[in-house]
Write a new protein. Sequence first.
Length: 572
Amino acid sequence: MRFTRLFAPTLREDPAQAEVISHKLLVRAGYIRRVASGIYDILPLGMRVLAKITQIIREEMARAGVQEIQMPIVQPADLWMRSGRWEKYGPELLRFTDRHEQPFCLGPTHEEVVCDLVARELRSYKQLPLALYQIHTKFRDEIRPRFGLMRGREFLMKDAYSFHADEDDLRAFYATMRKAYQRIFTRLGLVFREVEADTGAIGGRASHEFHVLAEAGEDRIAYCRACDYAANVELAEGVRDLPQGEDGPLREVATPGASAAQDVAAFLDVPLARVVKTLAFRLRGGPRDGEIVAACVAGDDELQPVKLARAFGADEAMLASEEEIAAHGGLVGFVGPISWKGLLVLDRRLQGGKGLVVGANRKDAHLVGFNPARDLQDPRFADLREARAGDGCPRCGQGTLAIQRGIEVGHVFELGDVYSRPMEVMFQDREGNRRAAIMGCYGIGVSRLLAAIVEQHHDEHGIAWPAHLAPFAMEIITVGKDGAQKEAARIYEELLAAGVEVLWDDRDERPGVKFKDMELIGIPVQLVVGERGLARGVVELGLRGETREEVPLGEAVVRAKALVEAHCRPPA
């Protein structure tokens, strides 16, 4: 490709709205352009990289026995109503009606559509297992799109779905897909972690996320320094002792102007961990939809709303209003478990606690000497606290947890029959009984990978792609006029004929502009054809970020092709 024919509008300055390095560099280097909030054009350079990413994904899906299909992004509402997600999914589902006033949505995911497809064709257990995937556009109406391709509304995704006759077969295939994902992200040159995760809006019984480690990541990953335990902090458990107080009587004390746990601890001169924070939430979805629950954690902990929702089988836990708290006997700033009228749950760390301090549900008052086992009738405990650095590992009991930021690029789920049963994906088993198929689903954010790779592979000059993913394996830069242009054209044509992906910067631009664009775009192999070098019969050849060496003009094509083959070969 000649640069004069390439649509790659580069920029010298960072775009004003860009916050993270991948967004800045992908815009500046001419890979993407913003259309609307969370919606982007992918330009030719971006498409070339995406093609290499998707080729690796397709190879690994084929190795795992998954067949490619394509399903529509526009989905009829009745499918979502059958699964129960039309209302449950929330405002991220973009709903609309067609000219016939029939309701539709833009698909954020395709469980309903693939179930409808398979339900119409599945008859016998002999057709199982069956695994299908697509690489297609999704749309989720994010409330706050940001970070360019990392959190967009419209994005490219690989989503796969598997159907099985029994749980054992699902578990075996789930393990196969986890290994496939590990190979994909390794082949993409990424440093990543596989972590235990919440099933979220997709549902199901078990799930794992794959996170690219980067400071720009929106997720936080807790992992053990001594074993392989790792989980999203939404789900991660950590072990931390609770300092004990005296097992004295429960009594009320005045705490004027002290409502925050830190202020109460300072006023009463007790460790912060012994001051119990009681927070009230409204549950959404599940068997206790709309109910208010008070949740207690130690004062030095943070409550994790996802864990609270899971404890009650809810979809979400949202902070209750002042009016809702008052209706259950509480007072904002002084809420406590004693005399609370409604659901109550305490974090497991408080189990066995003595001499604790809790709100008295009265202004400027707290109760000291709280003992959950003694002062509450049949107290309910659950893991509610957010794991933090330094916690003990719940898996090995030897190591401590550390926290890293990650960009979620893949997520796999054991769904069971949560979709297949309501969508009537039925088959006849070996005994002639009619049963619902067991499902799994497996997603990769393909366009998000474009950004995640840049977050890990860049320097002060621009993008430093893993060589096998770069849009072109090498670039020829012409420095000079007629003689340099003629030799560069000859080398360019010979490299093309030899099957090398080569970009020739044939523009009538200053050399500094050409070199800066080459570094910014991230082409790994560089060949410079200049008038001064040609006068001595040499050109300059080297790798991005390294010193170029002079090679004889007559050897330029052979040496360049060899360097490309050695440096840019895709990993198997």
